[in-house]
Ligand binder design. Structure first.
Ligand SMILES: Cc1cc2nc3c(=O)[nH]c(=O)nc-3n(C[C@H](O)[C@H](O)[C@H](O)COP(=O)(O)O)c2cc1C
Length: 367
């Protein structure tokens, strides 16, 4: 029988599909249900040490579109399909002290599934580095297989956290130094896609000891306003702020970011995230170099699954096995990264005539 077992960042996954850090992994109950359903691993909802209080309204909305009048809205209408999620949920409000026994129990119940603890603290002071150290050591002590550093949540209040850190290389290096000094497990680094310095940030993370880049977190964005009610589809007292878009609508942008990193660091590991709903999207991340796939919105949206994607993981596994068998492949390694060299500069793509000179009248000095 074809095996979906995958080695990634030195860890053995029973299959490459894992639930991303988000509501599907926010509690012991949900994580156990996810493992029951067959997920190869989870990245826990991000655990921190600072006070967390979410907005006084819905934290997440699911936006849908339809063939007839194909506008995007959370509004319930017949015959719609998923377009994206939008959320402004903060990191976990469950304290570390409660997470630790839960993580231990989860790992004991499912020793063959990978538990990656997502953690987040601030930046710019030794006190914050101590917070990273504390989070890292406590999660590893209770059996977590790896850590994912959340440097990418697009809507934290504090300016020294999440995407506000804006892929600052010095901050990335300082956090990785703090964490790698105290633990000896693979460190995954989840960066924000919303900067022009993503590749430099990835370099800093890999050089400072990061085992993989996890990409993408949600993209900073606004919810839509209803033309009739003049309400935003998510708001509190008429106000809204930048939140994060996930789901199918971010797939193409996420693939470009993954491809950028994969081309710059072809030998390094990438965990692909953003808009995966089934095998075809997962396949696209793999051909750009991802060796592991994380899923959030599609799992949350699956009705009757308690928000953990019970049918989804079954389908992902079945479709991947079917593809591998039909093509005579042993594992995803057979097609991982095959698109890498086919992503080129615009100027490298053939034109209809031979005399086009890349937008210049005459050949440039460099030619
Ligand atoms: C409601 C919600 C909460 C999330 N919370 C976190 C979080 O705590 N930490 C984190 O790293 N990412 C968080 N994410 C981002 C997801 O892990 C994932 O990167 C993103 O949703 C893109 O994947 P998707 O297109 O499969 O949804 C959250 C996403 C959603 C929708």
């Amino acid at each position: 029988m074809t095996s979906l077992a995958t080695k990634f960042t030195g860890l053995e996954f029973v299959n490459p599909f894992i639930l991303a850090s988000a509501p599907p992994t926010e509690s012991k109950r949900k994580i156990l249900k996810a493992f029951d359903a067959g997920w190869g691993g989870v990245v826990t909802k991000t655990i921190g040490l600072h006070p967390v209080e979410n907005v006084a309204g819905p934290k997440t909305i699911y936006q849908r579109t339809s063939e007839e009048k194909p506008y995007v809205s959370r509004m319930k209408r017949p015959d719609t399909v998923s377009h994206s999620s939008w959320n402004w949920e903060l990191i976990s409000d469950q304290p570390l002290e409660q997470w630790l026994p839960d993580l231990k129990d989860i790992k004991e119940a499912y020793p063959d599934r990978m538990v990656i603890a997502s953690i987040m603290a601030g930046a710019g002071s030794e006190e914050e580095m101590d917070n990273w150290r504390k989070l890292a050591t406590s999660c590893v002590e209770v059996g977590c297989d790896a850590l994912e550093l959340n440097l990418s949540c697009p809507h934290m209040d504090r300016k020294d956290m999440g995407a506000h850190v804006a892929n600052d290389q010095e901050i990335i290096r300082s956090i990785l130094k703090a964490v790698t000094e105290v633990v000896d497990v693979p460190i995954w680094v989840k960066l924000t896609p919303a900067t022009s310095t993503l590749v430099d940030a990835a370099r800093a993370a890999y050089e400072a000891g990061g085992s993989c880049i996890s990409l993408c977190n949600t993209f900073p964005s606004l919810p839509l306003m209803d033309p009739e009610t003049l309400k935003f589809e998510a708001e509190v007292d008429g106000l809204v702020t930048s939140g994060g878009q996930g789901g199918l609508a971010i797939l193409h942008q996420a693939l470009l970011r993954v491809s950028d990193i994969s081309k710059a660091f072809p030998d390094k590991e990438i965990s692909g995230i953003g808009g995966i709903r089934g095998f075809r999207e997962a396949f696209n991340f793999i051909v750009h170099g991802a060796g592991n796939l994380q899923i959030c919105t599609a799992a949350m949206e699956e009705k009757g699954s308690g928000g953990v994607g019970v049918k989804l993981i079954e389908e992902l596994k079945t479709d991947l096995v079917e593809y591998l068998e039909r093509h005579g492949h042993d594992s995803i390694e057979a097609f991982r990264g095959i698109a890498r060299e086919r992503i080129v500069e615009h100027s490298q793509v053939r034109r209809k005539s031979d005399d086009y000179n890349g937008g210049y009248l005459e050949p440039t000095a460099a030619e």
